[in-house]
Design a protein around this ligand. Structure first.
Ligand SMILES: *Cc1c(COP(=O)(O)O)cnc(C)c1O
Length: 394
């Protein structure tokens, strides 16, 4: 047992976080996740999950994973760089490139590991990173590990980016522009077309995090294809853990880029290979997204309906352009009360408060699923309307 002093120290810190309302209460799913799930023993409509295309419990993916266990066993036994690489893994790398329409692809342990491991190896001392204001925490960690200088540019503000590029130009060996493609709290889309144009003009490299764009934009292939820039963006990072319903990160780009990253990124080199079942599941998930564009269309139909109805009730859905649809309340107590009422009515949503979003923009983040039925969405909308009126939000 540790010392009483250490115990008291962390108890105090933890209780301070509880006091500020900054702790997460863990809610238990008691079965698979999908458009509906059993949460704490009760069937609920799920609007809080990244499982946009309802692939997390797809029977074809389950089967692929089980067959891989039969053929390759459970564990990989090593890192990919040493003795954990398989023919199946090589197939996954080719599949990533096919999916992203790039020359080469590389799977990583997680999306977090892509950002934390790649960014520090592509820029360093003497270089500069222009980082978008609302970038994901894993990008922020990658930027910190890089020891490059950093300038933050304003959210989706191409003019601000240009000013900052102009100032940095000529003073550094390399310039890297890093941005999320789809912003996870607001559901808006980065102007990657304009960003890439500026990058070309100033000789900067581009790195786009496509975690919430895959399965959603570009007929499911993500933000590169959405903008027709899949051959131009230097680093396309992604994850299997969101719309692809699985687990693991990915990087797509030119062959030289991938060869370099595979031989330098510490998160890739010094961490274990997937269990083969994960590799097989990821291959199958990519195949399904590429062969079933109707799945992506169903997602957008649901998204358009749900957003239109929320808007017409008078809720503030902010700048949403994707299946991430926030309901911005702007008050911590009220948003928690709204989430509680919805939860009690069988709608699984979570309040998102400071420090996850700026004060005054506290919200519920809704994420629509391709396989929500109209009845599911109407039930959620009905609960929203009643709770919104009760709390004076609409
Ligand atoms: C989820 C997410 C990640 C991390 O991906 P994991 O595979 O879950 O580690 C990185 N960037 C963004 C923008 C994300 O939303």
């Amino acid at each position: 047992m540790g010392s009483l002093r250490v115990r008291e120290y962390f108890k105090k810190k933890y209780l301070e976080m509880v006091e500020r309302g900054e702790t997460w209460e863990l809610l238990r799913l008691m079965g698979p996740t999908g458009p509906r799930a059993i949460v704490e023993g009760k069937e609920m409509i799920v609007l809080a999950s990244n499982n946009y295309l309802n692939l997390a419990n797809d029977p074809r993916i389950r089967k692929a994973a089980m067959e891989a266990i039969e053929k390759y066993g459970w564990g990989a036994g090593s890192d990919w760089s040493i003795a954990g690489y398989t023919d199946l893994q090589e197939e996954l790398h080719k599949k990533i490139a096919e999916f992203k329409k790039t020359e080469a692809g590389l799977a990583f342990q997680t999306g977090y590991a892509v950002n934390a491991g790649t960014i520090p190896k592509i820029v360093g001392r003497g270089d500069i990173i222009l980082s978008e204001e609302l970038n994901h925490g894993s990008i922020i960690d990658g930027v910190r590990l890089s020891r490059a200088d950093k300038i933050v540019y304003k959210h989706c503000d191409v003019g601000d980016l240009e000013d900052k590029l102009r100032k940095a130009h000529g003073k550094y060996k390399n310039i890297l522009i890093v941005t999320d493609g789809v912003f996870s709290m607001d559901g808006d889309i980065a102007p990657v077309d304009k960003i890439q144009k500026l990058a070309d003009e100033f000789g900067a490299m581009t790195y786009v995090d496509d975690a919430h764009g895959e399965g959603v934009l570009g007929e499911g292939r993500g933000i590169g294809v959405h903008f027709g820039l899949e051959k131009k963006i230097d680093f396309q990072m992604g994850t299997f853990s969101k719309a692809l319903g699985s687990f693991g990160g990915m990087l797509a780009g030119d062959k030289e880029v991938i060869d370099y990253v595979r031989n330098t990124a510490r998160t890739w080199l010094l961490s274990a290979a997937y269990p083969p079942s994960v590799t097989a599941a990821n291959i199958k998930a990519l195949e399904i997204v590429m062969s079933e564009p109707e799945r992506v269309r169903r997602l957008w139909d649901n998204r358009n309906y749900f957003k239109k109805e929320l808007d017409s009730m008078g809720f503030n859905t902010g700048k949403s352009q994707t299946p991430i649809i926030p309901v911005i309340v702007g008050d911590t107590k009220k948003v928690k009360e709204l989430a509680r009422i919805l939860f009690n009515e069988g709608i699984f949503v979570l309040p998102i408060v400071y420090p996850m979003v700026p004060r005054g923009t506290e919200r519920i983040r809704n994420q629509v699923n391709a396989d929500h039925t109209r009845e599911d969405l109407d039930k959620a909308l009905d609960a929203y309307e009643r709770a919104g009126k009760k709390l004076g939000i609409i």
